[in-house]
Design a protein around this ligand. Structure first.
Ligand SMILES: [Zn+2]
Length: 113
């Protein structure tokens, strides 16, 4: 699931922009907008840096400000984790091969493992 975090202009009941701004998050899955704070900010920049919105962003998306840089760092950490697991699985596989070889009655040469 990917999240989009953006600052949108707040609209009145008629759908007209009221020149106030709020940061929102929406996911690819739901397509639903989640407001990230309750304020009505005077500018896009102010809404973008609202501490409440930043905290809420992490809470909802698990990613600080939802930027790609953070996403990349997270993926790298995950990849590292998976490589570690793969290495462990390989070690186990190697260990079981050694075991089969040692216990194979047809093996003539002494095992060097
Ligand atoms: Zn705010």
């Amino acid at each position: 699931m990917a999240w989009n975090v953006q600052v949108l202009e707040i609209t009145d009941e008629h759908g007209h922009g009221i020149d106030k701004y709020r940061k929102v998050a929406n996911s690819d899955d739901e397509g639903e907008l989640h407001p990230l704070c309750e304020h009505q900010h005077d500018s896009i920049d102010e809404a973008n840096h609202c501490p409440e919105a930043l905290a809420k962003t992490v809470e909802i998306t698990g990613i600080p400000d939802g930027s790609n840089a953070d996403r990349a760092a997270m993926l790298e950490a995950e990849a590292e984790q998976m490589l570690t697991e793969a290495a462990q699985l390989k070690d186990q596989h190697k260990a079981s091969n050694t075991w089969n070889r040692d216990t194979d009655s047809s093996a003539i040469a002494p095992s060097l493992w």
